[in-house]
Design a protein around this ligand. Structure first.
Ligand SMILES: *Cc1c(COP(=O)(O)O)cnc(C)c1O
Length: 405
């Protein structure tokens, strides 16, 4: 079809559940993107913590091309080599003994929750079905995962919510203590909340949840969909905290841009998912698994992981300079390359305006709620791109500040 679509065509042809920016990016390389008009942008958003190796990384392109010319899809009626390689890589790099593959974070969490319910059912009986989760958490958009997520606005208006789910306050162990009991089958938590405002879990909170889970024979599920695969400078955030979950979910950066999700667990827990209990048509297809294998093996190296801390420091010091100039943030927080800068009362809910001003200045930004700017760039973003992007962010915030005055 000889036709160049524009942003206006979004409104014509697509459901109104998103409100994309006015420009349409068409090409990316490393941490830079170009739109239809050829304008260049520095990418500080990383496709929401997905493009952990930037755009068009040679190792991922190579894996995609080679596998693309070999075998795309089989279904799980057959085993396939790329999925087995990826499973072995993940098992050998983590606490886990077994992997299950799917296509997204929501699906990985759906599998984790079903596995926890089934494990409790088979070992302790029907009454043990309660799930404890936390306010402001985000676990996906399927009906089960969105209900376990801690943001009511995402479940309103969709009919009856699945039962047996309660929410405590994040980083408040007493609040968790009040909710976890012998009927609890699972505690699901992001060790580092992303969507909810970029809030790292407290060490004592995560250790306390581990203990509570053990005391009540509940499974501890870490949702590492956003904070996993190198984001914190460790392969998974649980390694940073030294608190090991029973089930871990991974997606986003796992495929470096190719949709794939994984659920990892131990032999003992995995055992209850006997043939027929759960599945996916595409999950672990050769194409996705081959790309993910390239992404994980490239990221899980000292070169990439050790570079994350230095980049964190540069992001933080540049943001502090911007804050000194405009007095715009109350707090700059985060770990590794998942960083949040919370606007103060004067800037208020300036997130969306800042995103727009960023586009005008040539930097792609992200928010986590209306008042937190979120940075989730490529883990290998060059220093020069960080500095250039920050110069552009400085101008963008200047525009927002001018509009306030
Ligand atoms: C993005 C995200 C999800 C959902 O992943 P999808 O691939 O969009 O289904 C789940 N949990 C966390 C922590 C996330 O950040």
């Amino acid at each position: 079809m000889d036709w160049t679509p524009t942003r206006d065509d979004f409104t014509t042809y697509m459901l109104p559940n998103y409100n994309p920016q006015a420009v349409v990016p068409v090409r990316g390389e490393g941490s830079r993107l170009w739109d239809q008009a050829g304008r260049e942008y520095i990418d500080f958003a990383g496709g929401i913590a997905v493009n952990a190796l930037g755009h068009a990384h040679p190792a991922l392109v190579e894996a995609l091309k080679t596998q693309g010319e070999t075998l795309w899809h089989l279904s799980n009626v057959y085993a396939n080599e790329p999925a087995l390689r990826l499973a072995r890589t993940l098992v050998e790099s983590t606490f886990a003994d077994k992997a299950f593959f799917c296509n997204s974070g929501g699906e990985a969490n759906e599998a984790a929750l079903k596995l926890a319910r089934r494990y409790a059912h088979d070992h302790y009986g029907e009454a043990k079905d309660r799930i404890v989760s936390f306010c402001k958490s985000f676990h996906g958009r399927t009906w089960f995962t969105v209900s376990v997520g801690g943001q009511e606005k995402y479940t309103q208006g969709f009919g009856p919510v699945p039962g047996g789910i309660v929410h405590g306050e994040y980083n408040n162990l007493d609040s968790a203590r009040e909710l976890v009991n012998d009927e609890t089958c699972a505690i699901m938590v992001e060790p580092f909340q992303g969507e909810g405002g970029v809030t790292p879990g407290d060490q004592a909170f995560l250790e306390g949840l581990r203990q509570l889970a053990d005391e009540h024979n509940a499974l501890l599920i870490f949702d590492e969909v956003q904070c996993g695969v190198g984001r914190t400078g460790r392969l998974y955030a649980y390694m940073h905290y030294g608190v090991t979950p029973d089930i871990l979910t991974s997606a986003k950066a796992l495929g470096g841009g190719f949709p794939i999700g994984a659920m990892l667990t131990t032999d003992k827990i995995a055992e209850v998912f006997v043939v027929g209990t759960h599945g996916s048509t595409y999950g672990g297809n050769p194409l996705g698994a081959a790309v993910a294998q390239a992404a994980v093996t490239t990221i899980n190296t000292p070169e990439v992981l050790d570079g994350v801390a230095a980049r964190h420091d540069l992001f933080r010091s540049e943001l502090e300079k911007i804050n000194a100039k405009y007095d715009c943030f109350t707090e700059i927080r985060g770990l590794g390359l998942l960083i949040g800068a919370e606007f103060n009362a004067r800037f208020g809910e300036a997130g969306r305006d800042t995103l727009k001003a960023g586009i005008d200045e040539g930097v792609m930004l992200l928010v986590a709620g209306p008042s937190v700017l979120r940075f989730a760039p490529s883990l290998i973003i060059p220093e020069a791109d960080i500095r250039e992007g920050m110069a552009r962010l400085d101008k963008a915030i200047g525009r927002v500040a001018d509009a306030l005055a």
